[in-house]
Design a protein around this ligand. Structure first.
Ligand code: GLU
Length: 453
């Protein structure tokens, strides 16, 4: 059958089997449609049923998590780990704690992770997990009890050579610490089973900064290729978590000015440029909201979500040269993409996973805006997790400069490979196709080489 029919048949399979998983279907549609030219040239993928096998997780674990809140009441949540693909190495991917978490979202994230991890050039497979638990407003003791309850089950399914979780939305150094403590207590093992650990007990320098720094390194390669730089550019970074903060830090180092940030309640416009020290204090130390930033920073304006124009996400109405969606999936709609284009935006680099809807993505690619897709642009986080695993395995720690250099080299390499692959398949400047084809090929070939498992 033609590659197009093979892709459509696989997407129909997903629709039939996973009918209530629209987000997973969205990301599978993006990947599968863009690899059609590769499938056309290589019939062995169809002969070996690679697509059908690839869209099915190797294993999905769903479990109950019960913890006692500060009032003494039992609270119940769903915990998950989607172990999607281990052909390139142990399952690797973060844990997300957010009320929206469900199997659909985690399957999309784990699926993305397979190709992202493949692009890093390291030996790591793809997985993702988490819980529909909202850390917002919880006390430190509640977070600790939740992490311990979560790990009491997850510990049975992970290990440094089988599955290595890390952080994602709602899971940072504090949560990784509590989960590592619980893992160690339950298994009596001190090993590199979690990444994103604190520096004093096995974490890697630069892991905290890696996703944001990596996104800027990647975007900088695009600009360099087009004889341009970040010097003097005005940028908008959505979100205000770990990815956003270190995207801003690197952009500042490169001479750009970031004028807007956001959270799920609204956004801040700061015409003089975001004060990073204040933002870090508000988010990392005091764990507050961006509205608090606006209250404390002279000249900054807060626009609450209730005032957004219908159908648009407020932060994308701020004029900028470069946009870094770094909050969450589907945060940038077609309307937002049009807005950015109209206001002269020249580059969009994705720090979050799948922040642009399929319609927005198509518009961006057609509009000629430089577009750095998440799988490539935000791979720096997981790549540095891979570097943390290497350091743990060797019982050693590298300096900040060493890790940063390795991260930089990995991001440059991902850029070279994605842009060359795009060219090779006749999609010049379409890094979505480049990233998907390059990421897919390595996994698909390994699946054939390892036989039907
Ligand atoms: N959650 C991050 C991502 O989306 C990092 C995962 C990891 O370090 O394993 O890639």
């Amino acid at each position: 059958m033609s590659a197009k029919s093979y892709v459509n048949e696989t997407l129909d399979l997903i629709k039939r089997v996973s009918s209530r998983q629209p987000i997973f279907l969205q990301c599978a549609t993006e990947v599968l449609k863009s690899i059609t030219p590769l499938l056309d040239l290589n019939k062995q993928y169809e002969e070996h049923a690679v697509l059908q096998r690839m869209v099915m997780p190797e294993r999905t674990i769903i479990f109950r998590v019960v913890y006692i809140d500060d009032k003494g009441h039992a609270q119940t949540h769903f915990g998950y780990r989607v172990q999607f693909s281990s052909v390139l190495g142990p399952y690797k991917g973060g844990l997300r704690f957010h009320p929206s978490v469900n199997l659909d979202i985690l399957k999309f994230l784990a699926f993305e992770q397979i190709f992202k991890n493949s692009l890093t050039g390291l030996h790591i497979g793809g997985g993702k997990g988490g819980a529909n638990f909202d850390p917002k407003g919880k006390s430190d003791a509640e977070i600790m009890r939740f992490c311990q309850a979560f790990m009491s089950e997850l510990s049975k399914h992970i290990g440094y050579s089988t599955d290595v979780p890390a952080g994602d939305i709602g899971v940072g150094a504090r949560e990784i610490g509590y989960m590592f403590g619980a893992y160690k207590k339950i298994t009596s093992k001190f090993d590199g089973t979690l990444t994103g650990k604190a520096i004093n007990w096995g974490g890697s320098l630069v892991r905290k900064e890696a996703t944001g720094y990596g996104a800027v390194y990647f975007a900088n390669e695009i600009l360099k290729d087009n004889k341009d730089s970040f010097e003097g550019k005005t940028c908008v970074v959505s979100g205000s978590g770990n990815v956003a903060i270190y995207t801003i830090e690197k952009l500042h180092q490169y001479g750009a000015k970031v004028v807007a940030i956001s959270d799920s309640d609204g956004y801040v416009y700061d015409k003089d440029g975001i004060d990073l020290e204040l933002l870090k204090d508000i988010k990392e130390v005091r764990r507050l909201r961006v509205s608090d930033y606006a209250n404390e920073k002279k000249g900054a304006v807060y626009i609450s979500k209730v005032n957004y124009e219908k159908g648009t996400n407020g932060v994308w109405s701020v004029p900028c040269d470069c946009a870094f969606p770094s909050a969450t999936q589907n945060e940038l709609s077609l309307e937002d993409a049009k807005n950015l284009h109209k206001n002269g935006c020249k580059l969009i680099a994705e720090g979050a996973n799948m922040p642009c809807t399929l319609e927005a993505q198509k518009f961006i690619l057609d509009s000629g805006i430089f577009y750095a897709p998440a799988k490539a642009a935000n791979a720096g986080g997981v790549a540095t997790s891979g570097l943390e695993m290497q350091q743990n395995a060797n019982m050693t720690s590298w300096t900040f400069e060493e890790v940063d250099q390795k991260l930089h080299a990995i991001m440059k390499d991902i850029y070279t490979r994605t842009s060359e692959t795009a060219k090779e398949f006749g999609f010049e400047n379409n890094l979505v196709a480049g990233a998907n084809i390059a990421g897919f090929k390595k996994v698909a070939d390994a699946m054939i080489e390892q036989g039907y498992i």
